[in-house]
Design a protein around this ligand. Structure first.
Ligand code: 2F8
Ligand code: CA
Length: 125
């Protein structure tokens, strides 16, 4: 793996925390151009590590393909889940992408919001 400037190592992965904001697809594109993808969270330790993210931060999780069937960007099903209480709720039937909501004290930080929303993002390589 190449070591990019500004990326943080955790476990066997490297993470990029964005400064700006983009919609989910553009955020994902940004990561893919770096040979990475949006972050996939598969452990409690990784969920805790992400804590330093901005308030609204895209993760690599979406149910855009089939409503209610949440999948990581690598096609894998969810193992550990950290949905916020009452989420995912597909509000206005228009919420197919997941953000990490950092204002929450609890470890359960994920929320589904519209994919067109502009948020920060985390890439994982
Ligand atoms: O109350 C939960 C609800 O809060 C917001 O909608 C009012 C969120 N929307 C955005 O952040 C865009 C919903 O996703 C969330 O379910
Ligand atoms: Ca929601």
């Amino acid at each position: 793996k190449r070591c990019f400037k500004g990326w943080k190592k955790f476990g066997s992965s490297y993470y990029y925390f964005s400064n700006g904001r983009k919609n989910w697809a553009e955020s994902r594109q940004y990561c893919r151009e770096m040979g990475a993808d949006l972050v996939i969270i598969n452990s409690r330790e990784e969920q805790e590590f992400i804590k330093e993210a901005n308030i609204y931060t895209w993760i690599g999780l979406s149910d855009a393909q089939t409503e209610g069937n949440w999948k990581w960007v690598d096609g894998s099903r969810l193992t550990t889940v950290y949905w916020r209480k009452g989420e995912p709720n597909d509000a206005h039937k228009d919420e197919d992408c997941a953000v990490y909501l950092n204002e929450v004290v609890s470890l359960n930080t994920w929320n589904d919001i519209p994919c067109s929303y502009e948020a920060g993002w985390i890439c994982e390589l």
